[in-house]
Design a binder for this molecule. Structure first.
Ligand code: ATP
Ligand code: MG
Length: 285
């Protein structure tokens, strides 16, 4: 992959914005958000790197990276503490690269305990690499483990996908405490980028009630965009494609385009994106 190697060697652009996508609760839409937000940002012409930091490897699968091609990935980055070119894979989406979850990542949490600067390994690797990407999105596992800590220490902000079910607020307050602790001890810059309500069903009064509570507590931190529950979004990973490539017109894909627009507005003060009805720019066709 000489092209990517050149990118790595290239001097960095103004700034790479690193966002960790985290929630210790399982199945709330972290990976779906990571894959589709990354795709939407790439479709806006941003150079995006998605790091799959979850040993389940769902983001790697969702972007069509075959298991056989995952020998070099996030595990090597963490353990070696550096980012070599062979860990970065081009995805099927133009402008979107991925560091997949290598199979050994399952043991990384334990191996990291013994290493120097164990919470800073990812940050050190990204800093040393001097990436040419505009955005790095990190898909975290459903735990507050050393893997997630590495993501939070490497990131400038955390984007929290939240499913509006009972106990959602409790889980969120635990996460906020962890973010505060990371801020105090490991990464003073860390912010909450925002909270995105996922798999939202307007017909559910529980969903509506929890959403109102979350908006009351977190105010403007909650994105205006909510991601609807949409079967096309759930089907896409089985085709190894982001929902935005599988069906750009479905409500879930359109919502992720709007979310990307909000993220761009928050990060760069830009991004008045019109929802796209044509997927051509995504496939480069
Ligand atoms: P884990 O904690 O296991 O990593 P996660 O937080 O990454 O899970 P996802 O894998 O993104 O969550 O989503 C959980 C399940 O919900 C998946 O089967 C996914 O396809 C489905 N899903 C996510 N978002 C939507 C949506 N908007 N509409 C319908 N299904 C969805
Ligand atoms: Mg996941």
């Amino acid at each position: 992959m000489p092209e990517i190697r050149d990118q790595l060697a290239e001097s960095t652009q103004a700034q790479t914005i690193v966002i960790a996508i985290a929630n210790q609760k399982g199945g709330v839409g972290k990976t779906t958000t990571a894959v589709n937000l990354a795709t939407a940002l790439a479709a806006c012409g941003k150079r995006v790197l998605l790091i799959d930091l979850d040993p389940q490897g769902n983001a790697s699968t969702g972007l069509g990276i075959a298991r056989a091609d995952r020998a070099h990935g996030a595990y090597q980055v963490l353990i070696e503490g550096k980012l070599s070119a062979e860990t970065i894979h081009q995805s099927l989406v133009p402008n979107l690269d991925i560091i997949p979850a290598s199979p050994d990542l399952i043991g990384a949490d334990i191996e990291l305990i013994e290493l120097d600067r164990r919470e800073y390994r990812l940050r050190d690797a990204l800093t040393e690499a001097g990436l040419a990407h505009d955005f790095v999105l990190i898909d975290c596992p459903p735990s507050l483990s050393l893997l997630t800590l590495n993501a939070m220490v490497a990131a400038a902000s955390v984007l929290v996908p939240l499913q509006c079910e009972f106990f959602a607020l409790e889980g969120l307050s635990q996460l906020v405490k962890t973010i505060d602790r990371v801020k105090m001890h490991l990464n003073p810059e860390l912010q909450i980028q925002g909270v995105v309500l996922t798999m939202f069903d307007r017909r559910s009064s529980l969903n509506e009630q929890v959403a109102a509570d979350v908006r009351e507590h977190f105010g403007a931190k909650v994105y205006e965009t909510t991601i609807p529950r949409n079967v096309r979004v759930a089907e896409a990973p089985s085709y190894g494609k982001p929902a935005l490539l599988y069906d750009i017109r479905c409500p879930g894909s359109q919502a992720y385009v709007m979310l990307a627009s909000e993220v761009l507005r928050r990060e760069l003060g830009q991004g008045a994106l019109a929802p796209t009805t044509d997927g051509q720019e995504l496939t480069g066709a």
